[in-house]
Write a protein that binds this ligand. Structure first.
Ligand SMILES: [Zn+2]
Ligand SMILES: [Zn+2]
Length: 751
């Protein structure tokens, strides 16, 4: 009980310290330490006696409750709410230097404030798993070698066992790293010879990752050259650039030239990409072109490899880092340039836990480091276009493709007069046949996996529902299963309607069904399908893409996995099967996402020297979204859509936060949100409006009811000031244990 009171007091003290500084002087600083938990509070500790106090950004082991825990020093303070005598001491300092450079640590602290997320969760979440567990942050390795006594003993002809002789041979003249000795099974001999004083150890820096080939690049186009010159003129200070380059216009070459220039000045570059598992080509291309070590950092790396890459980046031995959104937190001692490729991509927003935007933090990182940031895309986000229009970003355009092929020809197919069979309209079938006969490759895009989105009863109209979600089960015919794409629940495919016993029919199309149709229609054309059901392991995608690259596959069918930056130079026809999915989305970004998807997938056509053709199937050919996209192009479409957002008060003309809650009991969710809505500081005075509670688009998922409050304000500062007080009030509510809530600042979806 006393302990709890102490914690509460420490908590209050910690919060107080963040807001007002008390000026009590004393000898050693008090360490404010945060932990790898979603707790909002930190705790005060004293440095170990006689040791230099660990600074902010360094890991420590401390007593925590009944156990010991690893914490990170968030800040030094001069006083604590607890008397010094009652503060516990740090047991061990793990690091001798901060884990992050000052600018990056500043970004992390800023992000915790801006997203109103616990600092401990932010800091630990920014580290590879091994570092969270206490592994050394530096790239030093322990090497064992023969000592003077060892040399003397062997010279004197001392008798050694055969395994000991093998170890001596292994360490040789230069010594051998501990890991290799252990791997060779000589741990016991090592202990024995070290105890005799014949072997000694020392630490040395691990060798840097291998440098790339440094091959020269192609001659730049005039537009590429202008883009390189503009950004290049800003090296050494912060400036934001929006590089709008149509698919195939050579954005990557612009990045590479800039990185070469940055490397020549002794600095490095951080390059963020949406999904590194999908872009092995990019890493290979960087390694071939750049003469400096390049490391990749993303979540599908094995723990050890991730730690090594992090160490190489943080020590500066790998000056180029390519990574997914979390790589934005990688310390780099001499950052010179930040690049965010495909900056519009939704995967830059983390959708659970610490809900940050990797793109936005990359800009903050560049600003804090005083270096330029380049946001590249063929379909820039509307926010970025608005920032460019307002003069906050300098806009650079690459309007031409580097290949000889011109822009693809786009045609809309009206499904109301061209009835589709299993998803394919007669004009689409005819076009596929024509392009195949012409030795072209064909890409068919359908952003829906499985065989059919619904199993339907022809007798009573029953549609197979998920028992845990407000959603229908998707038919997966090859596996004879019904699968929920929201919660993953599965059941066997029923033979008859469970309600009336009548016959069941799969309704609608997914990629699995279209694959069957295409194989029947074009038996001579090998087909490769790319979606999450068939691309499951590392290497599957490379294999599939390889068969497209070498021409074995003639038809390429897939979901949005296909739209992300792959080069298909021989694809001459792109067919978008179901554009209508995105036309009527409830979310204010639905139109933006649809336009991006169509433009991205259309950009895959005709990238070699052959012109492309794009067919878009729709039941709503007069829909203003489609017509304005086709007649005005992407930027014209964006300008129109931004005007609508301005009128309706949506981002970027308003600033949003979403308080989400979910629980097994519906009443709990609404009770909590009502209470949160009532626990607000004066919203009227702070120029903030609260809407809801309203059910989420999927009102029940995995057995949990979901609802939300939307908070909006015309001013970012007003919203931030409001949230800073409100989040404390929400945290003080006592919802039932089973209820989960989260605050999402700048949510990417609000429906
Ligand atoms: Zn029925
Ligand atoms: Zn479900």
């Amino acid at each position: 009980m006393a302990r709890r009171r102490d914690l509460a007091r420490a908590h209050r003290a910690f919060r107080n310290l963040l807001f007002k500084k008390k000026h009590l002087t004393s000898s050693a600083p008090i360490l404010q330490v945060v932990f790898d938990t979603p707790m909002r509070q930190g705790f005060d500790y004293l440095p170990a006696a006689g040791a230099p106090p660990p600074g902010p950004g360094q890991r420590v082991r401390v007593p925590f409750g009944r156990r010991r825990a690893i914490g990170i020093v968030a800040a030094h303070a001069e006083s604590s709410a607890l008397p010094r005598a009652r503060l516990k001491q740090v047991t061990q300092s793990i690091d001798t230097a901060p884990l992050w450079d000052e600018a990056t640590f500043g970004v992390l602290r800023w992000a915790a404030d801006y997203y109103h997320h616990p600092l401990g969760d932010v800091l630990f979440g920014a580290l590879p798993k091994r570092l969270r567990e206490g592994a050394a942050a530096s790239r030093e390795e322990i090497v064992w070698r023969l000592s003077a006594a060892g040399h003397a003993g062997i010279a004197a002809g001392a008798r050694l066992g055969s395994r000991q002789r093998a170890l001596v041979a292994l360490v040789g003249e230069d010594g051998e790293v501990l890991a290799a000795i252990t791997a060779a099974g000589h741990a016991a001999e090592l202990r024995a010879l070290a105890a005799r004083g014949w072997l000694e150890s020392f630490a040395r820096s691990a060798p840097p990752p291998p440098a790339g080939a440094g091959r020269p690049g192609p001659v730049l186009t005039a537009d590429q050259g202008a883009a390189v010159a503009a950004v290049g003129a800003s090296l050494g200070r912060f400036a934001a650039f929006l590089l709008h380059g149509v698919t195939g216009s050579g954005k990557t070459e612009v990045y590479l030239r800039l990185i070469e220039r940055v490397l020549a000045t002794g600095r490095g570059a951080l390059v963020l990409v949406p999904e590194i598992a999908l872009t092995p080509q990019l890493v290979a291309r960087f390694r071939e072109r750049l003469a400096a070590p390049v490391v990749a950092l993303h979540s599908s790396l094995a723990d050890g490899a991730r730690l090594e890459a992090w160490r190489a980046a943080s020590s500066g031995s790998a000056p180029v880092v390519i990574g997914t959104r979390s790589a934005v937190f990688t310390p780099m001692p001499a950052l010179g340039l930040v690049v965010v490729d495909e900056e519009h991509d939704a995967s830059y927003k983390q959708q659970e836990g610490f809900r940050y935007s990797g793109r936005d933090l990359a800009l903050m990182r560049a600003q804090r480091a005083g270096v330029p940031a380049v946001l590249g895309s063929a379909t820039p986000s509307f926010e970025s276009l608005a920032n460019a229009a307002a003069g906050r970003y300098a806009k650079l355009s690459l309007p031409e493709r580097t290949g000889r092929a011109g822009k693809p020809r786009v045609t809309v197919i009206d499904l109301r007069v061209n009835t589709a069979r299993d998803g394919l309209s007669p004009p689409a079938m005819a076009a596929i046949e024509r392009h195949l006969a012409d030795r072209g490759q064909v890409l068919v895009f359908l952003n829906r996996r499985g065989y059919a989105p619904t199993m339907y009863c022809t007798g009573c109209g029953w549609m197979a529902p998920c028992k845990a979600c407000d959603a229908r089960l998707t038919v997966h015919l090859a596996r004879a299963r019904l699968v929920c794409h929201h919660c993953g629940a599965e059941e066997a495919l029923p033979f008859a309607c469970p309600q009336c016993g009548n016959e069941l029919a799969p309704v609608g199309e997914g990629t699995e069904r279209v694959e069957t149709t295409l194989k029947q229609l074009f038996p001579g054309a090998p087909l490769v399908r790319i979606d999450r059901d068939v691309i499951r392991r590392r290497g599957d995608l490379e294999e599939a893409l390889g068969s497209v690259a070498d021409g074995r596959a003639r038809i390429l069918l897939g979901t949005q996995m296909l739209t992300k930056g792959h080069d298909f130079p021989d694809v001459t026809l792109v067919v978008v099967l179901a554009a209508d999915q995105g036309l009527f989305g409830a979310d204010f970004r639905a139109g933006e996402r649809l336009a991006q998807q169509i433009v991205q997938v259309a950009g895959r056509a005709g990238r070699g020297d052959r012109p492309g053709e794009v067919l878009i199937q729709t039941s709503y050919p007069e829909h203003p979204l489609l017509t304005s996209l086709i007649t005005r192009g992407y930027e014209g479409f964006a300008a129109l859509a931004l005007e609508e957002r301005r009128a309706a008060g949506w981002p970027p003309y308003a600033h949003l936060a979403l308080l989400r809650a979910d629980a097994p009991a519906r009443a709990d969710v609404y009770e909590f949100l009502e209470a949160a809505g009532a626990a607000t500081p004066d919203a009227r005075r702070s120029r903030v409006r609260i809407l809801g509670p309203a059910p989420a688009a999927l009102a029940r998922r995995a057995g949990r009811h979901r609802a939300q409050l939307l908070v909006e304000s015309p001013a970012r500062g007003a919203l931030q000031a409001f949230l800073a007080t409100w989040v404390g009030a929400i945290a003080a509510l006592k919802p039932p244990r089973a209820l989960r809530w989260s605050l999402d600042v700048d949510p990417s979806e609000v429906d």
